[in-house]
Design a protein around this ligand. Structure first.
Ligand code: NAP
Length: 313
């Protein structure tokens, strides 16, 4: 097997990301056999029925046994326990990776359970939707999206290349960073926006004089577009904030300073300051679209997907 291909791939966790990896790997012919496992029997059976795994295992250790590539696709808070559980089952030469949205904590939690001869290469595909579960995945999720690898110093170069090619052939553009830098960048581009979206929806829900019906009825005025991600999985996001605390708090501090500046401009009628701030952000938003990282459509080009394995129409 060469160039990003693996004889046996084990996926621990078969939700949005696990199922999308399986669909993408099948599309590109990257795995001789895909074995998957999840916490519940229901998810395991659904995955088998949908056909993105070739077989299922009842435990993570059973899935990891004899696998050439094992990817943890569960919430970040489970990684330490799972790494310990599969430690003895991993064969020498196997690659263990993950998809966690934070990296410093992942290295801290998985690192101690990686035996000599096993290659640990953390990864984060920066791609997602607000949907969860085995039916939400599709092969195109990673197309033209970044996947960030954070190999530890001295990592086996051939193993890093194999995993990097795997992600490229799943459709991703691959980038490399240290775990610390990754966490800082993601705090800005992902974690803080989610926190703000959760807070905006929470704030609206707290207002007694604005009924829920009104929030839904008038949501096209901005609320809808800026709060779509507030529907994201609560377990996953709890784990992200608990495991990227420092970077998120740092970014939250800066955000608070900026919002205070805007508050001040509004209070003092400083139209010039507001216009300058909005012009600057408008230009940044245009660059995101030009970089192919989003569409200009108000629903961000994503509507509910109907067929498992197929992208949103
Ligand atoms: P998801 O759709 O909620 O799926 C999570 C999967 O993990 C489910 O199959 C669940 O099994 C399984 N699971 C949970 N705890 C487990 C355990 N202790 N042992 C075995 N399986 C367990 O979540 P997701 O969106 O795919 O996210 C998974 C990971 O990807 C997270 O670490 C997240 O940080 C990362 N990520 C997510 C996104 C995104 O936008 N969603 C993007 C990039 C990276 P059951 O179904 O049986 O409960």
């Amino acid at each position: 097997m060469s160039d990003g291909e693996f004889e046996r791939v084990a996926l621990v966790g078969l939700g949005l990301i696990g199922s999308s990896i399986a669909w993408a790997a099948k599309r590109a012919g990257l795995a001789g056999h895909i074995i998957g496992t999840a916490r519940s029997e229901q998810t395991r059976q659904t995955s088998l029925r949908l056909g993105f795994v070739d077989s299922i295992a009842n435990t993570p250790a059973e899935a990891a046994r004899n696998a050439d590539l094992v990817i943890l696709c569960t919430p970040v808070g489970t990684y330490g326990g799972l790494a310990q559980e599969i430690q003895a089952a991993l064969k020498p030469g196997a690659i263990i990776s993950d998809v966690g949205s934070v990296k410093t904590a992942v290295v801290r939690d998985i690192g101690p359970f990686v035996a000599d001869g096993v290659h640990f290469i953390p990864a984060h595909p920066v791609a997602g939707t607000e949907y969860s579960g085995p039916e939400s995945g599709f092969a195109e999720l990673f197309d033209n999206r970044w996947c960030i690898l954070t190999p530890p110093p001295g990592a086996d170069r051939a193993a890093v290349r194999q995993l990097s090619r795997f992600w490229e052939r799943c459709g991703s553009n691959v980038d490399f960073m240290t775990p610390e830098h990754h966490d800082l960048v993601l705090a800005v581009v992902s974690h803080l926006p989610h926190l703000i979206a959760y807070n905006m929806v929470g704030t609206a829900a707290d207002l007694e004089q604005v009924t829920q019906t009104e929030v839904i009825k008038y949501s096209a005025s901005g609320f809808r577009d800026s709060t779509r991600i507030a529907a994201s999985d609560p377990t996953m996001w709890r784990d992200i904030f608990l495991n990227n605390r420092e970077a998120v708090l740092e970014m939250l501090g800066r955000f608070s300073e900026n919002i205070s500046a805007l508050q001040r401009a509004i209070r003092w009628g400083d139209g010039e300051a507001l216009f300058d701030a909005f012009s600057r952000t408008r230009a940044i938003r245009k660059k995101i679209i030009e970089a192919g990282q989003d569409t200009a459509e108000p629903d961000f080009g994503r509507t509910a997907r109907k067929t498992p394995g197929k992208p949103a129409s």
